[in-house]
Design a protein. Structure first.
Length: 342
């Protein structure tokens, strides 16, 4: 299903020869509808499938006890029809410029703002894009250097679920954002300019869900294969929700398991010490542990499907050893060659 783009605009934030940042505002929305829709469709898909996103809301930063409300106020005024999209985006551009000026590592970029609808929700997409140079061969075989937006490597982006924000202002997860490669701190300035604070610890919630599932199937009378099927059903449900950009709902997940003959998961999860929210965003890397075991340390990396534990893979916690039966053919070939060489 494609998105329906309502408005989109790009402003430029650049650094002059003296290191001062300035914001050049575009006076009107982007006009090339076909190019805009193609760009936003690509960004939407890239963003939706991005793993490890954080979730938050407009609010008070716990570190300094202050709230930056200018972005939220401007967005509210725009949504109420008292401010045009171009004017709202201009305020956002100036706010980002002011925030970037506090740091010495930024050279600016292109601020993209777009309002679009996907399925039944309205969204505001906010991203600081970088430009990338490339070489093109012209018809006469001459080389030409071009500059284009780097859409495949988006690192600073956030998406506000406007529908959820207005329907449930107390929600702690209507703003999602890409976490920096070194953790949330990398993107602090980008969230600060919007007045966004983190509200839901996605990894912690997914870890608690995984623990609840493991305890639930462990206390059941299911066979080993049935337990693994239950884990994989949970993983499949959560993966589907992630791919759709939707939250994991404990009640719906419990219904999925009930269809497999495993009742009472909802009561089990809510009655334990798991501190699970009724719904929360999924995190594939965390939930993948329901299907696979993997670990790295001391120069050794090991990964295998959960169904092999106790059969092809034997773990002895007392001796701290793992025995693998049926070594993969490509690994066996490498090992045999090394042994012959020695």
């Amino acid at each position: 299903m494609s998105i329906n783009v309502e408005q989109a605009i790009i402003h430029s934030i650049s650094q002059d020869g003296e290191g001062q940042l300035s914001c050049r505002l575009r006076p009107q929305p982007l006009l090339n509808s076909q190019a805009v829709e193609a760009m936003l469709e690509e960004l939407h898909q890239t963003y939706t499938t991005k793993a490890g996103k954080g979730f938050g809301h407009f609010g008070i930063n716990g570190e300094d006890g202050e709230a930056n409300t200018k972005f939220e106020e401007a967005l509210t005024t725009y949504r109420q029809g008292e401010l045009g999209f171009v004017e709202f985006s201009g305020i956002a551009g100036k706010l980002l410029q002011e925030e970037l000026a506090k740091y010495d590592f930024s050279t600016g970029g292109f601020l993209l703002l777009s309002c679009y609808t996907y399925m039944t929700s309205d969204y505001l997409f906010v991203s600081l894009l970088n430009a990338k140079s490339s070489m093109t061969v012209l018809d006469d075989m001459e080389l030409s250097q071009n500059t284009h937006l780097d859409l495949n490597n988006v690192q600073l982006a956030a998406r506000i679920d406007l529908t959820e924000w207005q329907a449930d202002p107390e929600s702690k997860k209507y703003i999602s954002f890409i976490r920096g490669r070194a953790g949330r701190k990398v993107a602090d300035f980008f969230l600060d300019f919007m007045g966004c604070v983190e509200g839901v610890n996605t990894k912690a919630q997914n870890k608690s869900l995984m623990n609840a599932v493991e305890d639930f199937v462990g206390n059941s009378e299911l066979t080993k294969d049935e337990r693994q099927q239950a884990r994989e059903r949970v993983f499949d449900y959560c993966t589907e929700r992630c791919d759709e950009g939707a939250s994991i709902q404990i009640k719906d997940l419990a219904d999925e398991l009930a269809d497999q003959g495993m009742d009472s998961f909802y009561d089990f999860a809510q009655g334990g010490n798991y501190e699970l929210e009724e719904e929360f965003p999924g995190d594939k890397p965390t939930l993948r542990q329901l299907k696979k075991f993997s670990g790295t340390g001391g120069g050794v990396t090991l990964s295998f499907d959960g169904q092999h534990l106790g059969e092809r893979v034997i773990y002895d916690p007392v001796s701290d050893t793992i025995i693998i039966k049926g070594v993969p053919a490509n690994l066996k070939d490498q090992l045999d060659r090394r042994l012959k060489g020695e």
